[in-house]
Design a protein around this ligand. Structure first.
Ligand SMILES: [Zn+2]
Length: 409
């Protein structure tokens, strides 16, 4: 492809909305606009990634050298601007979306069930207030959360330990779509808002976190304004229709597989059940491969193998030589971006570094007088001279890369 046909627009400066280097270089190299819509060049890059994904299958991300974390269903790329929060175990590689992540829960110490006891707890509307007022840790309290199920209007009474947060996503997976219950819906089931207890409810679906049956003598609501019950025990005082994992995993919790501490990480979703998000993959590719001058795309992922350019000559027509070389490289199956502009060498060198093909070939007057062109790897600081005929005589990609690999660069 030709630079002018693609209407590539590179930028000297990073856009001021760029929060990451990779995104800044995608904009500066002209793959995407600053609002993240792909340009013509970007559209080609996305199509190229799509083709690679089909050809490479399971080795797609490793071939692109993108450091992903993945489970059986989804692949994530850790990035501070990522749209998802995932829970990741650096020790064993376990990863899941934050709202569905599992962790190893530690059961409370075994205690004999004590007799339930009503205590006055004035103005204790939150777990925090309640624990402070009674001088107990939050894990000795039961937190009640009340919802109404959308499908049948049933009150859903959720109990989790007071030191944990409910994952609404896990709840929804168990009972369907819910919304926070209104005052009158709570009262209709026989509960008192703010002091709700699962004991003695009528016509409510009770669902408790699986840690609750192993947490003896908790403080729970008494269904009476201003009062709580001490020593509430699951099984003796109430039971639930569903006992399952309902709480949110957090940074520092123990990994469900190896018990090492979990990390909470922002990430982009690259693949979900075989559906690839190529815009995110292009972004991840850029974040994984750049230096201070621009993108350094690996040969396996680059849209173009070669950035071909000419330096306008005084006596020789370098442009038409470059154009002929362009034709023969294309014929040999090598993907070439031909910078056909009559710009100064420095401008083109900068663009080659920004856009990032792994090889740059320069047709200049001085080399051409001896039948030579300059070849430079994007990753190298020095270039080397190579005969024009060794490039025009190529018959395929493999031959090109073995020629490049054998150069002393
Ligand atoms: Zn682990």
């Amino acid at each position: 492809m030709k630079y002018t046909d693609l209407s590539i627009q590179t930028q000297r400066e990073a856009p001021n909305n760029a929060r990451t280097q990779g995104f800044a270089f995608l904009v500066r190299a002209g793959y995407v606009m600053r609002e993240n819509q792909p340009t013509t060049l970007g559209e080609y890059a996305l199509k190229h990634l799509e083709k690679l994904s089909a050809a490479l299958g399971d080795s797609f991300f490793s071939t692109l050298a993108i450091p992903v974390i993945s489970n059986e269903e989804e692949t994530y790329f850790p990035l501070k601007t990522g749209a998802l929060e995932v829970i990741h175990c650096p020790a064993c590689g376990y990863v899941a979306r934050g709202e569905f992540a599992l962790f190893a829960k530690s059961a409370s110490p075994v205690e004999e069930a004590l007799p339930a006891e009503k205590v006055a707890t004035p103005e204790c509307n939150t777990i925090e207030d309640l624990a402070n007022f009674l001088g107990i840790p939050k894990e000795k309290t039961a937190k009640a959360l009340l919802f109404t199920r959308q499908s049948d209007g049933k009150l859903v009474f959720v109990v989790v330990r007071g030191d944990m947060q409910l994952s609404e996503a896990k709840l929804k997976k168990q009972v369907g779509t819910v919304k926070l219950a209104y005052f009158d819906e709570i009262e209709a089931a026989g509960a008192v808002p703010g002091y709700a207890s699962p004991i003695g409810l009528k016509d409510a679906l009770i669902i408790v976190d699986d840690l609750i049956p192993n947490s003896p003598n908790l403080v729970a609501g008494a269904n009476e304004i201003g009062y709580h019950l001490k020593n509430v025990n699951y099984g003796r005082d109430y039971s639930a229709e569903i006992v399952t994992d309902l709480v949110q995993a957090e940074e520092g919790n123990a990994c469900v597989n190896c018990e090492q501490p979990l990390s909470a990480v922002s990430a982009d979703l690259l693949d979900s059940k075989g559906v690839y998000h190529f815009d995110k993959i292009l972004h991840a590719l850029a974040e994984s491969h750049y230096d201070d001058k621009g993108l350094t795309l690996p040969h396996s992922a680059a849209l173009f193998d070669v950035y071909l350019m000419h330096v306008p000559g005084k006596t020789l027509d370098t442009k038409s030589v470059a154009a002929k070389l362009y034709e023969s490289l294309q014929k040999a199956g090598i993907a070439v971006l031909f910078d056909d502009r009559d710009e100064r060498a420095g401008v083109k060198f900068n663009d080659a570094d920004l856009i990032g093909p792994p090889v740059r070939v320069t047709v200049g007057e001085r080399g051409l007088q001896n039948g030579m062109v300059e070849l430079k790897l994007r990753s190298a600081s020095q270039n080397s001279l190579i005969s024009l005929t060794s490039l025009t005589g190529l018959t395929g990609q493999a031959e090109f890369w073995s020629l490049v690999d054998n150069l002393d660069l």
